[in-house]
Design a protein around this ligand. Structure first.
Ligand code: ADP
Ligand code: MG
Length: 609
């Protein structure tokens, strides 16, 4: 038998690759406009006919191309923007794979007219389905004009796949909007079917937002601006009064690219939480600038997902930044801040060594075995949530805490030396919601539910990452019926669920049997827990494993933490406090809510003067 493997002709390879980059007219608009921006154009015209089906033409006044470069530009992997692999990680420009023009030329009739300022004449190049039809010199203005006609003329399946003009048009405007919002200093003009439908003169960011979102937004914009060593964050958020039901204008950008980031969205919503109702949405336009090598811009040019290094710290910074800006605007009652709600977030500075505050804890201490005699033992609480702590006592003995904890808090605890301190602070439960205790600098108030969320989150996260969860088989497996979307979400997290101790078997038809559950969750409604975990996973929509783990651990923690309204014995409070302070970040829940606040002695003295 003769060999059967042969290489595809370039034109077909280009057509296949084009499917990745160019899905619809909007992708052409995006790629071409980004090229114009990379070429430092100041004025960009976007001309569209029939929602891009018949014509997409981009006219720019950028630096243009030489005759040779014009020809080269359509070769696959032809780019003037990367020379070494390192460039891939430090690029600030937009498309960077040298694939856009090759892809566009593979699936349309393309005409390129371009001239550099130093050239007398320009170049006119015509390409149809990757094949160069003609190249000639022409006289033309400095800059580049690219016309893309009859998109997908040679890929009928794709052409058929295009949606209604209205939908394709909306997609085009979505792309233009995302680009315009990061380039306020560039003038954009859109002409559709010979009528000018959008004109954005060059301006500043605030005015660009107003141009795009309508005049009425101006009065509701609050500026945010924060500079840390991890990131610069700036932009605008809306005053809470303008939050609206349903969809709002919510934009994140990282290094001048539009990104989707459900996790950071939560940070913003957390900051607004006390001010708006759960069904309302604020507008926001938030721009991150980070070192390019600390962000993993998905190499795929059409994707908008990115992963930041230090995402959890950035979450906190973002949340506090938004909260403070709302506060400065007097949107939040000032008491929220005065009473120590917003401790400074330490910015990691590798050049300085941070000394860790130490807590010394008696490793033999067990709050359920007191030295106060047998009579006391007899009253050992028998609460059902007690077993949530099982196997946890050991972890509470960790002896170092992270520097983001007010060192003062610990002094009280460590001053008295080992075991004695554990017994010394008195705890008082207030309205079955808060644990009050005295610390060196004043009165510490701990939210019992949030404290427990923090404790359990750390525990579950370590279980899921270390694959350490212990499963308990159930006698009578319960069934859980899902939709197909839920099933596919479950399959994404199945392995991690198993790591926590769930045992599920697929019965087909989107039905699963629950054979085992994590051993510490015995009195929990497993079906409801699995459902809420799936919901959470669908909501965050992430498939970055670290985020999946966190989201899983958080939904489990939220579900299983003791609620407000639960009365706690002295031992339980003590245990909770000790476990909380054994956590790396006791100050906040994983989703950024304050766990602890301290009312200082001075504040109290002042109030009682
Ligand atoms: P990439 O943008 O990833 O480099 P493209 O296929 O989009 O790949 O473009 C290939 C090259 O063509 C670019 O690197 C650039 O040198 C040149 N080019 C494309 N569009 C323009 C333009 N509007 N003005 C000047 N040069 C351009
Ligand atoms: Mg490009």
């Amino acid at each position: 038998m003769s060999d059967i493997i042969h290489l595809l002709p370039d034109s077909i390879a280009n057509q296949i690759a084009a499917g990745e980059v160019i899905q619809r007219p909007a992708s052409v608009v995006k790629e071409l406009v980004e090229n114009s921006l990379d070429a430092e154009a100041k004025h960009i015209h976007i001309i569209i006919k029939d929602a891009g089906r018949t014509l997409i033409q981009i006219i720019d006044d950028g630096k243009g191309m030489s005759a040779t470069d014009a020809r080269m530009a359509f070769e696959r992997h032809a780019t003037s923007k990367i020379k070494t692999a390192d460039d891939l990680f430090s690029l600030y420009t937009r498309g960077f794979r040298g694939e856009a023009l090759a892809s566009v030329a593979a699936i349309a009739h393309v005409e390129l007219k371009t001239r550099r300022v130093e050239d007398e004449v320009g170049t006119l190049l015509k390409i149809i389905g990757s094949k160069v039809e003609s190249q000639e010199t022409v006289s033309c203005a400095v800059g580049t004009t690219i016309s893309v006609k009859n998109i997908f003329f040679n890929v009928p399946a794709r052409r058929k796949f295009l949606k209604s003009n209205e939908t394709e048009r909306r997609n085009i405007f979505t792309e233009i909007e995302r680009i315009a919002m990061v380039n306020p200093d560039i003038e954009f003009t859109v002409i559709e079917n010979d009528i000018q439908t959008l004109h954005l003169p060059a301006t500043n960011l605030r005015q660009r937002i107003v141009q795009m979102q309508g005049k009425s937004i101006n009065q509701q914009l609050i500026e945010i601006n924060e500079e840390t060593t991890l990131a610069k964050i700036h932009g605008y958020i809306s005053t809470p009064q303008f939050a609206k039901k349903g969809r709002a204008n919510q934009f994140f950008f990282a290094n001048n690219r539009y990104i989707r980031h459900p996790y950071f969205h939560k940070a913003v919503m957390t900051a607004y939480e006390p001010l708006i109702s759960a069904t309302e949405n604020p507008n926001y336009f938030i721009y991150f600038e980070v070192e390019p090598d600390t962000i993993d811009v998905n190499i795929h040019p059409t994707k908008t997902e990115v992963k930041f290094e230090n995402e959890r710290t950035l979450w906190q910074i973002l949340m506090v930044t938004v909260k403070e800006s709302l506060g400065k605007f007097n949107a939040i009652p000032s008491i929220d801040f005065d009473t120590a709600d917003a401790p400074d977030i330490p910015i990691f500075d590798p050049s300085k060594s941070t000394s860790m505050p130490k807590v010394s804890i008696n490793p033999n201490y067990n709050p359920f075995q007191t030295s106060q005699g047998d009579s006391y033992k007899a009253t050992k609480p028998k609460l059902d949530w007690e077993q949530l702590y099982k196997g946890f006592e050991n972890e509470a003995k960790t002896s170092s805490v992270s520097p983001d904890v007010d060192a003062d808090l610990f002094q009280t605890y460590s001053e008295n030396g080992d075991s004695s301190f554990l017994a010394s602070p008195e705890h008082y439960q207030y309205k079955q919601k808060y644990i009050l205790t005295s610390v060196k600098s004043g009165l510490m108030i701990i939210d019992q539910h949030r404290a427990h969320v923090r404790i359990l989150f750390d525990k579950y996260l370590s279980q899921v990452t270390n694959r350490k969860g212990i499963s308990q088989r159930v006698l009578f497996p319960e069934m859980i019926e899902l939709t197909s979307a839920e099933t596919s979400s479950l399959s994404e997290i199945m392995e991690d669920m198993e790591a926590l101790g769930f045992e599920l078997s697929d019965l087909g038809n989107n039905t699963f049997a629950i054979h085992g559950i994590p051993s510490e969750l015995q009195n929990i409604d497993a079906v409801a827990l699995i459902r809420s975990t799936i919901d959470k996973n669908m909501e965050t929509g992430s498939n970055v494993q670290e985020q999946v783990h966190e989201s899983l651990a958080l939904s489990m923690a939220n579900f299983t933490a003791i609620p407000v309204g639960k009365s706690l014995s002295e031992e339980e409070m003590l245990l909770m406090v000790n476990q909380l302070f054994a956590c790396q970040s006791p100050n906040y829940t994983p989703d950024g809510k304050s766990v602890i606040t301290v009312i200082s002695d001075e504040e109290m003295d002042k109030k009682l003067k």
